[in-house]
Design a protein. Structure first.
Length: 78
């Protein structure tokens, strides 16, 4: 199964949030959205500061990028 990395990023900062072994890129993107929701709830001071959750595979390829400022609605794609 593929291994994915989840980073909280801004123009000036990168923080490793989590790693996970998941079945697919699609699932990794959904986990990225869940993490963005958690950041909004747990760190509201970051809202409006340009932070995103960057989802990468083990090769370092970008799978998804989710803004904590503009979260997709249920059923929307990233």
């Amino acid at each position: 199964m593929p291994h994915y990395h989840f980073d909280l990023i801004s123009a000036d900062n990168i923080t490793d949030v989590s790693d996970a072994v998941l079945n697919s890129d699609d699932l990794a993107g959904k986990v990225g959205v869940e993490l963005a929701h958690q950041v909004r709830e747990g760190r509201p001071e970051l809202i409006g500061q340009g932070y995103e959750i960057l989802v990468r595979n083990d090769a370092g390829d970008e799978i998804a990028r989710v803004s904590i400022d503009r979260l997709p609605s249920d059923g929307d794609d990233q």
